[in-house]
Design a protein around this ligand. Structure first.
Ligand SMILES: Nc1ncnc2c1ncn2[C@@H]1O[C@H](COP(=O)(O)OP(=O)(O)O)[C@@H](O)[C@H]1O
Ligand SMILES: [Mg+2]
Length: 258
């Protein structure tokens, strides 16, 4: 039983086919990677998944329900959390506050507190603080917990963003180029945390990456896409030895970066 299925999804913008018949499925606990050259359609897959774009054709099902026609906040509430290719955090707020904001779906007493339900609101607040502290420990963020995020090194900010997504207690995590712009050490740290999320939390993930190297080391299965079309889906070894995949990547040197 897959937790996520994409079936024959087509998405176009004014005649440009961003996704052209994309199908894949993700199993419980699986780390599934999508790779492809710039402009291949990787972010578009996430934007369809999270309700930002509605495809013209195809089906998308998560945890037994269709995601099509649902708005981003509804999909988030169903248990899909994502990180972004470019950091989207509140840079003047602390690490703790950013993580607390990641839990806004878990504030059932926010409004009622104003009407005197202070006891319940307080318990809810404490439960949220406790959950956030666990994430701080898990991602080794303790030394920065009260620092404004904007002042932290880039690699740590990316880790806070990962923490913010985890704070929502998702059933599926979407990582958009989690190591983009990172140096070697930051990349290795992030890779370790991604593996911990899979192995310790058992959380299924879809990871989009431009860089083949990282994905080969981490992913259970990989889908390679180019020009919005899947070229090959399989284990890292199957994908790496596929002639069409090799051709797509060699061709990339001649392409303009976007
Ligand atoms: N909002 C948009 N409007 C028009 N074209 C878009 C939009 N989003 C993506 N595209 C186009 O769809 C294609 C795939 O883009 P994208 O999914 O961002 O690729 P990737 O993340 O693999 O680099 C590109 O040709 C891109 O220009
Ligand atoms: Mg992208």
């Amino acid at each position: 039983m897959s937790i996520l299925t994409f079936d024959d999804v087509m998405l176009s913008f004014d005649g440009v086919r961003a996704l052209d018949g994309v199908s894949f499925s993700v199993d419980p606990g699986e780390l599934f990677a999508v790779i492809g050259p710039n402009g291949a359609g990787k972010t578009s897959i996430f934007n369809v998944l999270s309700g930002v774009y509605r495809p013209q054709r195809g089906t998308v099902r998560f945890d037994g329900v269709s995601l099509l026609g649902r708005r981003p906040h509804q999909i988030a509430r169903l248990g899909v959390a994502r990180t972004f290719q470019n950091i989207e955090l509140f840079s003047n707020l602390t690490v703790l506050d950013n993580l607390m904001l990641g839990r806004h779906h878990h504030h059932p007493y926010g409004v009622l507190a104003a009407f005197g339900w202070i006891g319940k609101a307080r318990r809810s607040e404490l439960a949220n603080r406790h959950a956030v502290e666990e994430i701080v420990d898990f991602l080794e963020l303790a030394q920065w917990r009260r620092h404004p995020v904007g002042l932290l090194p880039y690699g740590v900010q990316k880790r806070v963003e990962l923490g913010r997504a985890l704070a929502a207690e998702p059933k599926l995590l979407l990582l958009d180029e989690p190591v983009a712009g990172m140096n070697q050490e930051e990349t290795e740290d992030m890779a370790r945390f991604i593996l911990d999320i899979r192995d310790d939390l058992g959380l299924p993930m879809v990871m989009v990456e431009h860089d083949m190297g990282l994905v080969m080391d981490l992913a259970d299965r990989i889908m390679v896409i180019d020009f919005g079309r899947p070229i090959r889906t399989g284990t890292p070894t199957e994908v790496a030895t596929d002639p069409d995949v090799i051709r797509a990547y060699l061709g990339e040197e001649h392409r303009v970066e976007s």
